[in-house]
Write a protein that binds this ligand. Structure first.
Ligand SMILES: [Zn+2]
Length: 257
């Protein structure tokens, strides 16, 4: 479902997001009735607002380098900015990637400056709405720290994996750098998925790692295919150039009728 545009970037929500919203609201209702519903919904929307800001961080940096951004898609497992192309220059990819987690750390830093510390919270009346408001701010601050750090895990195509690819690409061929970043990413997300499903019993986190595993492989294959197409195009152009520099003898004129 399309929501609205920010500087030309379409913000869209996957339908399963509404399922998450409903399950989350129901959880709150089971916990403490209507206040629980409002609280849980507000918390989830605030969390996803931070996800959107993270994606806008990537998008605005990409647009600064002239790369078009089609849309930002929100899903229960997070957000995804869809770029028209991914820059081959490691420096650009590095800056575009770093911009996302930086947004989370800036939000966390601003909240840390604005909110009273735990001593200040203790001084408040436990029944006051100011306390729950500030406590909510603290939760949001921690979420942003977790979001920023989690995205920096070197599991390609998450931000950390892209940073790894960009760093490797300064030392080796782009395709090879992608291969290694994707391989490390698949090992890490594989371990993460198994641990989340079994030991931690966190199915949503397990689904996220499985998604990262699959998308990592897909993106590596897309890079490999593009690389092969470019090689093919180069060889065709080289042959054309050969033909032009050694033109075949002109064919004899056609007989006149
Ligand atoms: Zn990101």
């Amino acid at each position: 479902m399309n929501l609205f545009r920010v500087r030309g970037i379409l913000l869209a929500v996957h339908f399963s997001f509404f399922l998450l919203l409903a399950v989350n609201a129901f959880d709150g209702w089971a916990d403490s009735g209507w206040p629980g519903v409002w609280w849980n919904t507000a918390a989830l929307l605030a969390f996803f607002a931070c996800v959107v800001l993270h994606e806008l961080g990537h998008s605005f940096t990409a647009m600064h380098y002239g790369i078009g951004v089609r849309r930002i898609l929100l899903m229960p497992i997070g957000g995804m900015a869809e770029f028209e192309s991914i820059p081959r220059q490691p420096r650009r990819e590095l800056l575009i990637t770093l911009a996302g987690p930086t947004v989370n750390f800036v939000i966390a830093g601003v909240l840390w400056l604005l909110l009273p510390g735990s001593a200040g919270l203790d001084a408040l009346d436990p029944e006051s709405s100011a306390l729950s408001f500030f406590a909510f701010g603290h939760v949001l601050m921690r979420w942003n720290l977790v979001m920023g750090c989690f995205n920096l895990l070197p599991a390609f195509p998450m931000d950390g994996g892209r940073i790894l690819r960009a760093l490797l690409a300064t030392r080796m061929e782009y395709l090879r750098a992608t291969f290694w970043a994707a391989t490390i990413g698949k090992v890490l997300s594989g371990i993460g998925a198994v641990a989340a499903f079994t030991y931690f019993d966190e199915p949503l986190l397990g689904a996220l790692f499985t998604f990262i595993f699959i998308v990592g492989e897909m993106e590596y294959r897309a890079v490999r295919r593009r690389e092969m197409e470019e090689e093919h195009l180069k060889s065709v152009l080289a042959r054309l150039y050969d033909v032009r520099s050694n033109p075949v003898e002109e064919s004899p004129p056609l007989p006149q009728p």
